[in-house]
Design a protein around this ligand. Structure first.
Ligand code: DX5
Ligand code: ZN
Length: 221
């Protein structure tokens, strides 16, 4: 069963409550956290995650695009994230392992993300303890970018690693997801699809969510 995770980066930040209700037929809510250093953009932080938690029971998927994320795992967990995802490129391997331990201690789901430059094999040291791997299909930092087709190879590579070492692990893709690319990534083995502009750019968000589910081969709910 494919999960759809709308990214509120493309939402109207002045009306977040309504914007979250508008995607309640989706499965997860994807929260893009940026620090202006790991990526050339700033977005939201801990207080915003905390505020969102008060307004929804949806599963909160926090995608941390920040340097040395181990510093903030406790804060994002306390703010109400259900899953925390750190980039493998954001710190030394020992500190990524520390970040995963902090997630475990806080009882949140554990995930790592890969920039397009990073090989799928980079997940191997962690795979058995992960709840999710995120394969970026654009350079992280901005919404509405063009899907990078060569990342289908990385999705297939990570799919093979997950099947071999930890079949329950989710495989999320993020960036440039539309009904067209949703089908490609689902065929390559993705199980969670993040979409910002394809959902929030539509007047009918329910229809946009349904279109992604159908394209990915999952029956409409
Ligand atoms: C990009 C973010 C994405 C972004 C996706 O750095 O991680 O989650 O919001 O936006 P779309 O779906 O418009 O590519
Ligand atoms: Zn994201």
């Amino acid at each position: 069963m494919i999960k759809i995770a709308p990214s509120i980066l493309s939402a109207d930040f002045c009306n977040l409550d309504a914007e979250i209700q508008r995607v309640s037929s989706a499965d997860w809510l994807h929260l893009d956290v940026m620090d202006g250093a790991f990526v050339p953009n700033l977005s939201m932080g801990i207080p915003v995650v905390q505020a969102i938690r008060k307004h929804t029971g949806m599963f909160l998927d926090a995608h941390l695009m920040i340097e040395k994320p181990v510093r903030f795992i406790d804060d994002f967990a306390r703010a109400g994230a259900d899953l925390i995802c750190v980039h493998l490129e954001s710190d030394y391997p020992a500190r990524i392992a520390d970040a995963l331990r902090a997630m475990e201690a806080n009882g949140v789901k554990k995930a790592v993300a890969l920039r397009p430059i990073t090989s799928g094999r980079a997940v191997l040291p962690y795979i058995e303890q992960l709840d999710m791997v995120l394969v970026m299909t654009v350079e992280p930092g901005f919404g509405k970018q063009k899907f990078m087709e060569h990342q289908l190879d990385t999705i297939r590579e990570v799919r093979a690693i997950i099947d071999k070492y930890h079949p329950e692990c989710e495989l999320e893709v993020d960036g440039g997801i539309t009904p067209v690319t949703a089908r490609w990534v689902a065929e390559a083995g993705a199980t969670v699809l993040v979409a910002g502009s394809a959902i929030y750019g539509s007047d009918d968000t329910d229809a946009a969510i349904r279109a992604l589910r159908t394209a990915a081969g999952s029956p409409a709910r």
